[in-house]
Design a protein around this ligand. Structure first.
Ligand code: ARG
Length: 470
């Protein structure tokens, strides 16, 4: 892959070459070659524009584009000979093109790597966010399939990780799915906002040559062109925003992962993981571990790290381009890879998980889980809620102290009585919260329809998201 030495892009001004230490620290090729397609696409657009405005002849344009095609194929096949002076992908492509076509020496006319790199990175991020958004939808579908299959199954709902009120299993699964809907929306909004071409901003100030930034923006499929050349090359808020959207998605996956971990414990026993999506222990033969869910939880940490790392990098930078900004890419690439893999693995894990609805129902059938229903029963009969809360609270205290089972205390209480005691029968409480967006199976019916409509509308946005070129 690596060839001999070559010249730096700035060799004219310098008597000697760069030191090894400078090169090792400075070179971004090891990671930014990942953007080679975007870089070449950007160069095709730039060179075509140079032809349109008369700075290159049509023969020159054709020969440079032919060379760009060749370089693209060689890099894709792994046959491109990189050399040690290829500081970054931009340098490597320009060198490769110029070796094939002498007119390649005109390719960088009116362009700087500063407007080039930001344009490449916007193209790359735009495609990557579309890809992640589509995987988010796939995972939402998986949750929906389980939510629909759950029927009337119910489990305890928790606050403070203490049993609170029973809810439908479908309700719980959809809660995660709705959070992912917002992630999808955020990823797309971020994608729309970063859809701006930076080409034509030059190093920082534009150009004395008759460049046409709108021409290149249109050729590259960008929605708009930059308004201020300084801002165009200095702005990395689109990367920070993408990192936030990815971190937020990662945090949602982490919370879901945490629940899967809890639910798979012997103590909860709410789910049984598929062997293919679990691991064993090297020593303890009985173990079956939820590693994917643990990694979903663990990976969220590094996603948050990438976001805070970039914000820290940017906070002190004067306008415009500073080399610090080269630090934008590795975190972004890693964040995209991390969220991508996590979504795929969690999707597989959740698709194959068996829900133990008997264990869930058993845990949710504690008479204490219906305490709020008792208080609301009194409210319907005219008791102020605060008094009702105190009445039921006292019965709970007496039952817990061992005086008698709660159901007997309720049945014997003049203010409550046998009709109220019926509310404590297993499964009854879970059906009672029928208000809009509430946790009973009947309320979830309507929610499922709303969710399906939302997911369908989101899926209809997909064709516009996935890359058309490349
Ligand atoms: N590799 C650089 C980066 O990723 C490209 C821009 C270099 N610009 C410069 N003025 N040295 O940011």
């Amino acid at each position: 892959m690596s060839g001999g030495d070559g010249q730096t892009l700035w060799h004219g001004r310098f008597a000697g070459g760069p030191t090894e230490a400078l090169q090792a620290l400075n070179d971004s090729l090891p990671f930014d070659q990942r953007m080679f397609r975007e870089d070449i696409e950007g160069s095709r657009a730039h060179v075509s524009m140079l032809g349109d405005v008369g700075l290159l002849t049509s023969d020159e344009v054709a020969s440079v584009i032919g060379a760009l095609d060749e370089v693209e194929t060689a890099i894709a096949n792994g046959t491109f000979a990189f050399v040690s002076s290829d500081e970054d992908i931009h340098t490597a492509v320009e060198r490769g093109v110029t070796e094939i076509a002498p007119a390649g020496a005109k390719m960088h006319t009116g362009r700087s790597r500063n407007d080039q790199v930001v344009t490449d990175l916007r193209l790359w991020t735009k495609a990557a966010l579309g890809d992640i958004a589509s995987l988010v939808l796939t995972f939402q579908r998986t949750l929906l399939v389980h939510a629909e299959a759950a029927g009337d199954a119910y489990l305890p709902g928790y606050t403070h990780l203490q049993q609170a009120q029973p809810v439908a299993l479908s309700h719980h699964l959809l809660a995660h799915a709705w959070a992912l809907s917002r992630d999808f929306d955020r990823l797309l909004a971020c994608r729309d906002r970063l859809d701006t071409s930076g080409l034509g901003a030059g190093a920082l100030a534009g150009s004395s040559l008759p460049l046409d930034p709108t021409n290149t923006a249109q050729r590259l499929g960008f929605a708009r062109v930059f308004d201020n050349s300084l801002d165009a090359v200095a702005d990395r808020d689109f990367v920070a925003e993408a990192l936030f959207c990815l971190a937020m998605t990662g945090v949602h996956l982490s919370r879901l992962g945490e629940e899967l971990i809890l639910w798979a414990t012997t103590e909860f026993g709410f789910i049984e993981l598929d062997d293919g999506f679990s691991t064993g222990s090297s020593m303890m033969p009985q173990k079956k571990n939820p590693d994917i869910a643990e990694l979903a939880r663990g990976k969220a940490g590094r996603l948050i790290g990438h976001l805070t790392s970039l914000l820290a990098t940017l906070k002190g930078l004067p306008l415009t381009y500073n080399k610090d900004m080269q630090e934008d890419k590795e975190g972004l690439f890693d964040a995209v890879d991390t969220v991508r893999l996590t979504l795929l693995a969690l999707d597989g894990m959740v698709s194959t998980t068996a829900f133990r609805i008997d264990a869930m129902a058993q845990q949710a059938s504690s008479p204490y889980a219906a305490a709020t229903d008792l208080a609301e029963h009194l409210v319907v009969a005219g008791t102020p809620f605060r008094d009702a809360h105190a009445i039921v609270g006292e019965l709970v205290r007496r039952a817990l102290a061992g005086e008698a089972p709660l159901v007997d205390l309720v049945a014997a209480d003049q203010r409550l009585g046998p009709a109220a005691a019926d509310l404590l029968a297993p499964g009854v409480s879970a059906t009672r919260r029928t208000t809009h967006g509430g946790g009973s199976p009947a309320a979830v019916e309507a929610q499922l329809e709303r969710f399906k409509a939302q997911l369908g509308a989101d899926e209809a946005r997909l064709p516009g998201l996935l890359p058309t070129k490349r």
